[in-house]
Design a protein around this ligand. Structure first.
Ligand SMILES: [Zn+2]
Ligand SMILES: [Zn+2]
Length: 366
């Protein structure tokens, strides 16, 4: 079938819309007619070519409608509304334990941009095009997805808003709720308030954290963070930032959640912890970083990497959608919508920080 997709690998500033040939879903796969797709920083980083092979169709926050079922797919029907999350094997120890973001095959299944047998679902005038990015490649009118990638959503929710739940929102909200298990009366500092950090702020409020400290270089983002529940907002370049954060409670915070890749902020994230605190991070430091090991030992502190919010998408994403319905996770306030044809403007706005979470509309919302 002919589809419209945004192709990366030609050297431009953003993926370019082209017509590609897409094969039908194989066993265990479905075809999704996409309604909308969020743009995540991983897409921006992969567009020039980083981990994944090219030419490739990126996109990994898809939302759409089940359009065709491959052989053996169970639990889905034509017309179901779904959002797409990461891909996983379903049979390794991590998958069986309900932690599919740490699937033994996560790298080849999310960044390999092909099936494990080496095949892709797409081809263009110059030959095969890489598909199956995060099991989706959702910068397209249609995507062929393994059924494990798809999570069913209630049909009465606005599908065009739900895609970011699959990566950006779950990374922040899952990080706080599932990974760090922040609870009632706890204190947390959220370092970097982009889409992931703001989702973490909303989740920290949801679970009843007592103090929610937001840190960012942008006063506008901090303003937004305070409307989402941050109790204390600090600029990231403030003098004596660590002392100021520690001073809020007098003894440091129970948790930090670091969404930045700045080595100095990774150092700060450990420094501001209270005794027995945990520093969660979702992005590796871009440069040398030496944790202060004696401080960690003497304070019983932990440093904890977190992927995809530790969440099991099949159970956790419907839960997040329900919190949104109740008005307790208003993530849609971070979204900016763009017609699919304006992907270049959406990429530029994401790069420049003008849009927190751009969402491409493949169809007009009904
Ligand atoms: Zn992402
Ligand atoms: Zn697995």
């Amino acid at each position: 079938m002919k589809i419209i997709a945004a192709l990366s690998g030609k050297g431009g500033p953003a993926p370019e819309l082209v017509e590609l040939e897409q094969e039908e879903p194989r066993a265990g796969e479905m075809r999704i007619r996409l309604v909308a797709t969020g743009i995540c920083h991983t897409d921006l980083h992969e567009h020039p070519g980083r981990h994944s092979p090219q030419p490739i169709v990126l996109g990994h926050e898809g939302a759409g409608v089940v359009d065709m079922l491959g052989e053996g797919v169970r639990g889905f029907a034509l017309g179901d509304h779904v959002i797409l999350s990461g891909n996983s094997c379903g049979t390794c120890q991590s998958c069986l334990a309900g932690r599919p973001t740490y699937c033994d095959l996560a790298m080849p299944l999310c960044f390999g941009a092909k099936r494990l047998d080496g095949s892709t679902a797409l081809s263009g005038a110059d030959g095969p095009v890489h598909s199956h990015f995060f099991g989706q490649s959702s910068f397209a009118s249609h995507a062929i997805v393994p059924q494990r990638t798809a999570v069913k959503m209630p049909k009465d929710l606005p599908l065009e808003k739900l895609g970011p739940l699959g990566c950006g929102v779950v990374t922040g909200a899952g990080g706080v709720i599932e990974a760090l298990k922040v609870g009632f009366g706890d204190t947390i500092a959220i370092l970097g308030t982009g889409g992931v950090g703001l989702s973490a702020v909303m989740a920290a409020k949801l679970v009843g954290a007592k103090r929610i400290v937001a840190v960012d270089l942008s006063p506008e983002r901090l303003e937004l963070a305070s409307t989402f529940g941050a109790t204390d907002c600090l600029l990231g370049n403030e003098h004596d930032l660590a002392a100021k954060i520690r001073g809020i409670t007098g003894r440091g915070v129970d948790f930090t959640f670091n969404t930045t890749n700045a080595p100095a902020i990774h150092t700060l994230a450990l420094e501001v912890l209270a005794m027995n605190g945990t520093a969660g991070f979702v992005s590796a430091p871009l440069g040398p970083f030496s944790p202060q090991m004696f401080g960690m030992l003497a304070g019983g502190k932990q440093l904890r990497g977190i992927l995809g919010g530790d969440a099991n998408p099949q159970t956790f994403l419907p839960q997040l959608a329900e919190y949104w319905r109740q008005g307790r996770l208003p993530f849609d306030r971070m979204l900016s919508f763009y017609p699919f044809a304006e992907i270049e403007r959406a990429f530029a706005d994401a790069h420049a920080g003008r849009a927190i979470k751009p969402v491409l509309l493949m169809e007009n919302p009904k």
